[in-house]
Design a protein around this ligand. Structure first.
Ligand code: HEC
Ligand code: HEC
Ligand code: HEC
Ligand code: HEC
Ligand code: HEC
Ligand code: HEC
Ligand code: HEC
Ligand code: HEC
Ligand code: HEC
Ligand code: HEC
Ligand code: HEC
Length: 310
């Protein structure tokens, strides 16, 4: 078999003008390593076809495949490692990428810990930025059950695959690979001012957004964790036991919007299209008014007219 690797300095020796041309070619070509490179691509051109080509590929195939002798097909292998690689991922990758960017923090993504770099990245090239094997969120759903993220309503950034606006792909100092803890994470996209009026609801002040909301998707409106009234009852069980809001007028107090079996939920008269419940009278986050009233009111009675107009 004739050698496959053709170096430019082997080209037609003799005629000095030809030498001049080949020298010129050498100048035009970025590096001798790249010249050897072109040879592998003669047969493996598909590997470098993606829109994004790994910089390591430009450094030469043999920067990773040290054990491939390509003078014959099938190639002879000079080592016992799969594909004639110099080592297996992740060590292979850590030859050029700093290991501490991938391991060592409090939470390491298990596939990164397991060295499964090529479960997410193509080592050669890809049409997707960062050499990813598929677009987000599909890449993630390859291992994470898609069903678990969905509900009747989906958080907008989850729907469009912005998983990495909230999560680190490799590792993080925060639990669940979060880039930041709530509420700062949430304030990246939601205006902090909307949560910081004169009176702030204790769990909001404590940054416990996730005591009421799910981060990805939910069957209830506003990504609530459960049936909205029950979200409030979880910490305010006492409200259920005594007359609320109107004392003396109705013995049972004001209706609270607790859903009744088989009946359609009552509509909030002040917010057509929305459910009537605790959040119709109280702002769940913050308010300039006492008792977190949703509307301008110093006393309960000033609240009534927002819904009971005469
Ligand atoms: C003349 C065409 C040709 C050239 C040039 C060539 N290859 Fe290949 N290569 C093949 C073919 C065909 C196969 C698939 C057959 C096989 O698996 O051995 C292959 C397979 C491989 C494999 C997979 C081996 C395995 O164990 O699965 C690697 C890695 C590889 N080539 C690397 C290289 C590198 C690096 C170069 C340049 C130094 C190169 N090839 C040059 C034709 C070529
Ligand atoms: C950054 C390191 C790296 C570089 C540079 C590199 N490869 Fe690979 N190559 C790999 C790894 C890792 C695998 C194994 C992929 C896997 O297991 O999915 C692989 C697999 C292959 C295979 C087997 C087929 C496949 O797609 O899995 C071929 C053929 C191959 N490489 C050829 C080349 C050629 C030709 C070049 C230069 C154009 C090159 N490689 C450059 C890391 C590299
Ligand atoms: C021979 C050196 C070398 C090796 C080995 C290597 N890389 Fe790279 N890689 C680079 C260089 C250089 C860059 C470009 C600069 C940067 O982003 O750090 C890069 C960039 C990347 C990028 C970002 C690409 C982009 O478009 O922004 C990814 C992803 C990547 N490498 C993954 C890997 C994986 C996975 C491995 C192991 C299978 C690996 N690399 C092994 C040198 C290498
Ligand atoms: C679960 C999938 C997954 C695994 C496993 C994985 N990565 Fe990544 N990697 C990503 C995603 C997603 C990005 C893009 C992150 C972003 O855009 O914020 C990325 C980005 C990168 C980058 C570019 C860094 C940058 O800041 O732009 C490099 C380099 C890289 N990965 C190397 C590796 C190496 C090496 C391994 C194995 C130790 C590995 N990755 C394992 C998903 C993964
Ligand atoms: C190759 C498989 C694989 C892929 C792809 C993958 N993951 Fe994971 N991920 C795991 C495994 C395994 C766990 C641990 C078990 C679990 O929590 O499901 C995990 C756990 C997590 C955790 C929880 C970490 C913790 O500390 O509890 C987050 C967050 C996560 N992955 C996000 C992502 C995101 C975002 C993507 C897409 C960029 C992604 N994963 C892609 C395998 C994968
Ligand atoms: C708006 C920010 C945000 C986005 C976008 C986001 N997540 Fe999360 N994710 C979180 C938070 C916050 C948690 C922690 C939930 C907890 O602790 O109860 C989490 C938890 C997880 C977990 C751990 C599961 C569990 O219940 O412990 C996985 C896996 C995960 N996310 C994957 C993804 C994937 C995949 C995507 C993209 C489809 C994504 N996330 C998008 C904020 C986000
Ligand atoms: C990457 C940006 C981003 C981050 C980070 C983010 N959100 Fe969102 N969120 C949005 C967008 C976009 C919408 C839809 C537009 C809107 O209602 O403002 C939304 C809507 C919501 C809604 C209303 C959903 C509905 O159906 O009415 C809630 C609740 C919510 N986010 C809670 C959170 C919480 C809690 C966090 C932190 C754990 C968070 N968000 C972090 C972008 C983000
Ligand atoms: C005590 C429970 C609770 C806590 C804690 C909480 N929320 Fe809410 N959130 C709700 C309820 C209930 C709604 C629906 C309000 C309605 O009826 O319009 C809501 C609605 C939202 C909306 C939709 C727009 C709006 O203002 O109505 C966003 C965005 C939101 N919350 C983000 C957050 C963020 C960010 C945090 C943490 C800083 C947080 N929430 C903490 C209960 C809570
Ligand atoms: C995680 C626990 C928790 C949840 C869930 C919760 N709260 Fe609270 N709430 C508190 C705490 C703690 C206080 C302050 C102590 C107190 O007054 O009981 C408070 C106080 C209040 C106050 C009185 C504020 C004042 O300034 O007097 C109102 C009104 C209120 N919550 C409404 C709600 C509504 C409406 C919901 C459901 C959307 C809800 N809460 C869900 C913990 C919670
Ligand atoms: C019709 C309007 C309205 C509805 C609906 C409503 N509230 Fe209230 N709430 C009030 C008024 C008015 C006050 C002030 C009472 C006072 O100061 O005497 C109040 C006070 C409170 C307080 C602080 C004082 C206390 O009693 O602890 C909490 C906590 C509270 N509400 C929680 C809730 C929860 C939880 C729900 C739903 C289960 C709910 N509210 C539904 C109007 C309402
Ligand atoms: C956010 C809107 C809203 C506010 C504010 C509000 N209500 Fe109501 N109220 C309703 C709704 C809706 C019903 C019917 C609930 C149902 O049928 O379950 C109702 C029912 C009542 C009833 C019972 C009527 C009946 O037919 O049983 C009385 C009495 C009442 N409200 C008085 C008040 C008083 C007094 C205030 C001020 C302290 C007030 N409401 C504030 C929405 C509101």
């Amino acid at each position: 078999m004739k050698p496959i690797i053709v170096r430019s300095n082997h080209w037609i020796p003799g005629a000095s003008w030809l030498l001049a041309v080949s020298l010129l070619l050498l100048v035009v070509m970025p590096s001798p390593a790249f010249a050897a490179e072109v040879d592998c691509l003669m047969c493996h051109e598909n590997l470098a076809k993606g829109k994004v080509v790994h910089a390591a590929v430009q450094m030469g195939c043999t920067s990773c495949h040290t054990g491939i002798d390509a003078t014959d097909v099938p190639h002879k292998k000079k080592n016992k490692i799969a594909k004639g690689l110099s080592s297996m991922p992740p060590e292979l990758c850590y030859g050029c990428h700093e290991k501490k960017s991938f391991e060592g923090k409090k939470a390491v993504h298990p596939p990164v810990m397991g060295g499964l770099c090529t479960n997410c990245h193509n080592p050669h090239s890809s049409d997707i930025p960062k050499l990813l094997l598929s677009e987000l969120p599909d890449l993630c759903y390859g291992c994470h059950d898609k069903q678990k993220f969905f509900g009747k309503a989906l958080h907008a950034p989850v729907g469009i695959g912005l998983c990495t606006q909230c999560h680190a792909a490799h590792q993080s100092d925060h639990e669940k690979l979060l880039l930041k803890e709530p509420p700062d994470l949430c304030y990246d996209c939601h205006k902090k001012a909307d949560f910081s009026r004169k009176n702030v609801h204790a769990p909001v002040a404590g940054g416990m957004c996730l005591s009421c909301h799910k981060p990805h998707g939910s069957d209830y409106f506003a990504l609530l964790k459960r049936e909205p009234v029950n979200v409030c009852f979880e910490c305010h069980a006492g409200i259920r036991k005594k007359a609320h809001a109107i004392v003396g007028m109705l013995e049972s107090g004001h209706p609270l919007g607790v859903p009744k079996k088989g009946k359609k939920p009552v509509e909030d008269p002040a917010r057509p299209g929305k459910r009537f419940y605790c959040g119709s009278c109280h702002n769940p986050h913050t308010s300039d008014n006492p008792s977190l009233f949703r509307y301008e009111a110093r006393r309960g009675m000033e609240l009534c007219l927002n819904c009971h107009k005469k």
